[in-house]
Design a protein around this ligand. Structure first.
Ligand code: ADP
Ligand code: ASP
Ligand code: MG
Length: 412
C-alpha cells in the first residue's frame, strides 16, 4: 500500500467541474489501494481576488489579517473536494493547516514550515478516508493562521511528503511538466524529463513559477523526488531529482524571465568606504530584498550605484533612498519599473566557458540592450527593457537549440 501525496494547483481546481474531475482522478488511485493525501490550492484567481479586497480596506493591509483572509481560498476548495468524493460514495475529510498542525514561524504572508504532525492524517487514512489538506497555510505556536507566500501549496505538498515519508509526491498543474522555458511564451519550449534540484532551484528563483522555490529547497534537503505533471493528461511529466540520477546534462537546460523587479540608481554618490552600507542598511532594515548590485566609478570621486528590488517594494525603496541620498550627499535617485530579468540556467555551464558571451551576442543581434548582468556557476541573468522579454526568451531558446534534445551548443 503506497502513500501518495498529490497536489493540484489553482487552474486544476478552477471550477466545480474541474474539482469533480480531479476527485475522480484521485479516487482511481484510492481504488487501486493507495493511501491518498491530496493538497489543494485555491481556485485560480481567488488569491488575487482576496488580495484586491484587502487593498480596498487598508492601504498596506495588516499582515495577520491578510493571512486570515488568504487562507479562506484553500478552505473552499478542500471542502468542495471532500463533498465531491463523498458524492461518489467514498469517504474523505478536509483539513486546514491548523487542524493538521502544520506549525510555522510567525512571518505572516511568507511563513516557513517548522514541523508537521502526521498523527491525525494517519488516523483518517487508517479509517480508509482520502485526506484533503488546504495548501499554502499553517499555524503559529500562538494559534495565528499563517500563509506560506504565493505558490506555497507546492511547499505544503513537499513538506508533507518529507514528514510522512511518502512513496510519491506529485505536483499536478496546467502544463505537462517543467519546460525549457515557459510554454505559454515560447511554443517551441520542450518538456524536460529529468531536472536536478539545483537547476530547478535556479529556474524557480529566476521566475519559472511552475514549482515554488521553497518546495524545491525542501525536496532537495529531504531527498524527495518530485514529479511535476499535468492534471489534464496521463502523461509522464518532469522528475525533479538529485543530479547524480541524471545521466546526461544539457549545457543550458532552461530560460526564465521575471517581470517582478524594478531598477533603482543612486547617482553621483561619494566613492568612500562605508557608503554602500549606508545605502543598503536602511533598505534591509525595511525588509526589502536587493538582488543585483552594480557600482560604476565615474571619476574616482563619485560613483553611480544601481540595484534591483522587487517591484512591489519599489515605492517604499524609493522613499527610503530619497532620504538616504540627501544624507550622504548623492545627486539624485532614479528608477525604472519596466524592466525584466532574462536568465539562462544549466549545470553544464560549470565546465563550459563562453555561454555568457553567446547570450550577449544573441541579445545584441536582436538589438536588445542589457542594463545589468549577473552570473553564478550555473546561470547568467541580464536585465533588459520589459517590452523585449518575449523576444529575448524566444531568441535565446532558438539560439541555444533548446527545442532539440541534447543538441550540442556552439559557444563561439
Ligand atoms: P498552479 O496553479 O498549478 O500552481 P502555476 O501557474 O503556479 O500553476 O505554474 C504553472 C505555470 O508556470 C504554467 O502555466 C506556465 O505558464 C508557467 N511556467 C513558467 N516557466 C515555466 C517552465 N519553465 N515550465 C513550465 N511552466 C512554466
Ligand atoms: N493560492 C495560493 C496562490 O495563488 C497558493 C498556491 O496556489 O500555491 O499563490
Ligand atoms: Mg503554483
Amino acid at each position: 500500500m503506497a502513500l501518495i501525496i498529490q497536489k493540484f494547483g489553482g487552474t486544476s481546481v478552477g471550477s466545480t467541474e474541474k474539482i469533480k474531475a480531479v476527485a475522480q482522478r484521485v479516487l482511481k488511485n484510492h481504488q487501486q489501494g493507495n493511501r491518498m493525501v491530496v493538497v489543494l490550492s485555491a481556485m485560480s484567481g481567488e488569491t488575487d481576488r482576496l488580495t484586491g479586497l484587502a487593498l480596498t480596506m487598508q492601504h498596506i493591509p495588516d499582515q495577520r489579517e491578510m493571512d486570515m483572509l488568504l487562507a479562506t481560498g484553500e478552505q473552499i476548495t478542500v471542502a468542495l473536494f471532500a463533498m465531491a468524493i463523498k458524492d461518489m460514495g467514498y469517504d474523505a475529510v478536509s483539513l486546514l493547516g491548523d487542524q493538521v498542525a502544520i506549525r510555522t514561524d510567525d512571518m505572516h504572508t511568507k511563513a516557513r514550515i517548522l514541523s508537521i504532525d502526521p498523527t491525525l492524517i494517519n488516523s483518517h487514512l487508517d479509517q480508509g478516508k482520502i485526506v484533503v489538506i488546504a495548501g499554502f497555510q499553517g499555524v503559529t505556536d500562538s494559534g495565528d493562521i499563517t500563509t506560506l507566500g504565493r505558490g506555497g501549496s507546492d511547499t505544503t505538498a513537499v513538506a508533507l511528503a518529507a514528514a510522512m515519508r511518502a512513496d510519491a509526491c506529485e505536483i499536478f498543474t496546467d502544463v505537462e511538466g517543467v519546460y525549457t522555458t515557459d510554454p505559454n511564451v515560447c511554443p517551441q519550449a520542450r518538456k524536460i524529463d529529468y531536472i536536478s534540484y539545483d537547476e530547478m532551484l535556479e529556474l524557480a528563483s529566476l521566475g519559472a513559477k511552475v514549482l515554488d522555490i521553497r518546495a524545491v529547497g525542501l525536496a532537495k534537503r529531504f531527498c524527495v523526488p518530485v514529479h511535476v505533471r499535468s492534471t489534464f493528461s496521463e502523461n509522464i511529466g518532469t522528475w525533479v531529482v538529485e543530479e547524480e540520477k541524471i545521466m546526461e546534462s544539457m549545457l543550458v537546460s532552461g530560460i526564465t524571465y521575471s517581470k517582478s523587479e524594478a531598477r533603482i540608481t543612486i547617482r553621483q554618490v561619494p566613492d568612500q568606504p562605508g557608503i554602500a552600507a549606508k545605502v543598503f542598511l536602511p533598505i534591509s532594515d525595511a525588509g526589502i530584498l536587493v538582488d543585483m548590485i552594480i557600482q560604476n566609478t565615474t571619476d574616482g570621486r563619485l560613483t553611480d550605484m544601481t540595484f534591483t528590488v522587487l517591484r512591489r517594494d519599489y515605492d517604499r525603496a524609493m522613499e527610503i533612498l530619497q532620504k538616504v541620498a540627501a544624507e550622504i550627499g548623492a545627486q539624485r535617485v532614479t528608477g525604472d519599473e519596466s524592466i525584466a530579468k532574462v536568465s539562462i540556467v544549466g549545470v553544464g555551464m560549470r565546465n563550459h566557458p563562453g555561454i555568457a558571451s553567446t547570450m550577449f551576442q544573441i541579445l545584441a543581434k536582436e538589438g536588445i540592450n542589457m542594463m545589468m548582468v549577473s552570473t553564478s556557476e550555473i546561470k547568467v541573468s541580464c536585465v533588459i527593457a520589459e517590452k523585449y522579454t518575449e523576444l529575448a526568451v524566444r531568441a535565446l531558446h532558438d539560439a541555444f537549440a533548446l527545442d532539440k534534445e541534447n543538441m550540442p551548443v556552439e559557444t563561439e
